[in-house]
Design a protein around this ligand. Structure first.
Ligand code: OOG
Ligand code: NI
Length: 466
C-alpha cells in the first residue's frame, strides 16, 4: 500500500531538473538566451535531416533532448560529498566515472551523478558533474588549515533536505507532498549567495592559492556554476552565439566535427563577473566581485568501447602534440585543422565504427525482422546482413577529463595553469564518497547486450509463432 504512493525517483529527478533550470534562468539570464538558441538550432537540424529525426523517434530519444541538461558543482569536504551522494540517490542519480583533473592544473577530482539504466535515461538524463576540492594540493599549510576550518563550519544542506533524504532511505521513497518539499529543499544547496562566508583578506589569500579554492571555500554553498543544454549541432550554436551577444570560448572541446558524432563536444561562454560582498572584522560589508558562473552547451555522440576510447585518446594527444590550443584563441583555426587531420583514422560511418568494435550500439528488429521467420541463433552480422536487425548508436552519457579541464580553465582565467604533483586517487575519492563509483563501460556494454538478447528473443518467439 505504502510503496504505491511513492513518487518514482525518475519523476523526482525530472522535477528537480526543471526547478534548477528555472532558478538558473533567473539567476543567469544568458542561460535562457542560450536555451532559446539551442532550441532553434535543434529544430532546424531536425527539419533538415528527417533521417536523424526518425532514428531519434524510433529509439525514444527525441523527447528527452529538449529537456536534457547537465550542471556542475564543486564541494569542499568529504562529508559534503557523501551527503550529496545520498541526496542525489533520492532522485535516482548515482556516481558514475572518476575524473582526475589535478594533472590538468585544477585541484579537484570529480564524478558525475546521473541516472543509470536505459529507461531512466530516456525519462530524464539529468546529470551533475560534481568535484571535490583537494585541499591536500594547497602547498601553504597554514592556509590549508584555515580553509579546512572555514569549510568545517558550513552546512550546505537545509535541515529539511537532510530529514527528507533520511526518510526516503528509511521508507524506500517519498510520497507526493514529501517529494515536492524535497525538490524545494534540495534546490537551496545550489542557490547563489552574494554574501560571502569570509573576510575580504581571506578571499584574497584563497584566490592567491587558486581561484577555484576561493570559489569553493568562500561561500555558503556550492552554487550551481553552469547548466548545459544539449544541442544537435554544436558548430551552428558556436557560430551563432555572437549574434546573441554571447562570446564563446575559443575552441570546441572534444573530437572534431564529424558525420558520426562520437563521445562529447562542448563549448562555453566565459564566467560572468558578479557582485559579491565580504564581511570585514568590524562587521561591515565590502562590495567586490567574483567570477564563477558560466554557460555551456554540448553535443553528445556515440559511447565508445575501451578500444574506441583508447583510439580517441591517442588521436587527441597526437593533435595536441602538433598544436596546443592557446587560451586566447589565437591559434584556434590551426588547432581545428590539426584535430581534424589527426582524426582521419577514426572511421566515420556507423558500420565502420561497429566493424572495428569502437562504439556501443543498441540493436532492434527491422520491420522485416518483425515479420519474418528467422534463425535467432545466427550471428549478429548475418542477421544484420539479412536485413532483420538494425543498430543505432548508444549515446555517451558521461564526461571527458581533458574537455572538463579545458572548460574549467577557460573560466578560471588563463593565468592559473599550475602543475600539481598528485595523480589520480580514486580510492580516496570513493572513501570520501562513501561508495564505489560505477564503471561507465560496464554500463554501456550492459545496454548493448540486453538489446541483442531482446532481438534474439523476439526472433525466436516469432519463429515459434509460425
Ligand atoms: C566543471 C567543469 C567541467 C564539463 O561539462 O565537463 C564541465 C566545473 O567547472 O565545475 O562542466
Ligand atoms: Ni559542464
Amino acid at each position: 500500500m505504502k510503496e504505491n504512493s511513492f513518487v518514482s525517483t525518475d519523476d523526482i529527478r525530472s522535477a528537480f531538473s526543471a526547478a534548477m533550470s528555472a532558478m538558473y534562468r533567473t539567476e543567469v539570464p544568458a542561460y535562457g538566451t542560450l536555451m532559446e538558441l539551442v532550441g532553434q538550432v535543434n529544430a532546424e537540424t531536425l527539419a533538415a535531416d528527417p533521417g536523424l529525426r526518425a532514428r531519434l523517434e524510433d529509439t525514444d530519444s527525441l523527447e528527452r533532448i529538449s529537456e536534457e541538461r547537465h550542471g556542475a558543482i564543486r564541494l569542499g569536504t568529504p562529508a559534503e560529498l557523501s551527503m550529496m551522494r545520498r541526496v542525489f540517490a533520492v532522485m535516482g542519480m548515482h556516481s558514475v566515472g572518476y575524473y582526475d583533473l589535478s594533472t590538468a592544473g585544477v585541484p579537484v577530482h570529480s564524478t558525475a551523478f546521473r541516472p543509470v539504466g536505459d529507461a531512466s535515461l530516456k525519462t530524464n538524463p539529468f546529470r551533475v558533474f560534481t568535484s571535490l576540492l583537494r585541499l591536500d594540493l594547497i602547498a601553504d599549510e597554514t592556509l590549508r588549515a584555515e580553509a579546512e576550518q572555514i569549510l568545517s563550519k558550513r552546512q550546505i544542506f537545509t535541515r529539511g533536505a537532510i530529514a527528507l533524504t533520511e526518510k526516503a532511505e528509511k521508507e524506500g521513497g517519498l510520497d507526493k507532498v514529501d517529494a515536492e518539499r524535497f525538490v524545494a529543499e534540495a534546490l537551496e544547496t545550489f542557490r547563489w549567495h552574494d554574501k560571502a562566508n569570509v573576510s575580504p583578506e581571506m578571499y584574497h589569500r584563497l584566490h592567491g592559492a587558486h581561484r577555484l579554492i576561493a570559489d569553493v571555500v568562500s561561500f555558503k554553498g556550492p552554487h550551481i556554476n553552469h547548466l548545459t543544454p544539449r544541442t544537435l549541432d554544436i558548430d551552428a550554436v558556436q557560430a551563432r552565439m555572437p549574434d546573441y551577444d554571447i562570446a564563446p570560448k575559443a575552441i570546441v572541446e572534444g573530437p572534431p566535427t564529424r558525420k558520426c558524432a562520437i563521445l562529447l563536444r562542448q563549448t562555453s561562454f566565459k564566467a560572468l563577473e558578479e557582485p559579491v560582498s565580504f564581511q570585514s572584522a568590524d562587521g561591515s560589508w565590502r562590495q567586490a566581485s567574483h567570477t564563477a558562473r558560466f554557460g555551456e552547451i554540448e553535443q553528445r555522440g556515440i559511447a565508445l568501447t575501451p578500444k574506441g576510447r583508447a583510439l580517441y585518446d591517442e588521436l587527441l594527444n597526437a593533435s595536441r602534440q602538433i598544436v596546443r590550443p592557446a587560451a586566447d584563441g589565437s591559434n584556434a583555426a590551426e588547432y581545428e585543422e590539426a584535430l581534424a587531420d589527426a582524426f582521419i583514422p577514426f572511421p566515420d560511418t556507423w558500420a565502420g565504427i561497429r566493424a572495428e568494435d569502437l562504439g556501443y550500439f543498441s540493436y532492434s528488429l527491422t520491420s522485416r525482422g518483425r515479420n519474418t521467420k528467422a534463425d535467432a541463433s545466427k550471428s549478429l552480422d548475418s542477421l544484420i546482413a539479412d536485413g532483420l536487425v538494425q543498430f543505432d548508436p548508444i549515446v555517451y552519457e558521461d564526461f571527458l577529463p581533458v574537455s572538463a579541464a579545458g572548460i574549467f580553465q577557460s573560466n578560471l582565467g588563463d593565468d592559473v595553469a599550475q602543475e600539481f604533483v598528485a595523480g589520480p586517487n580514486q580510492q580516496r575519492f570513493e572513501v570520501d564518497l562513501g561508495a564505489k563509483v560505477l564503471n561507465e563501460f560496464d554500463h554501456y556494454a550492459g545496454i548493448e547486450q540486453a538489446s541483442i538478447a531482446d532481438c534474439r528473443q523476439m526472433l525466436s518467439s516469432a519463429e515459434a509463432a509460425e
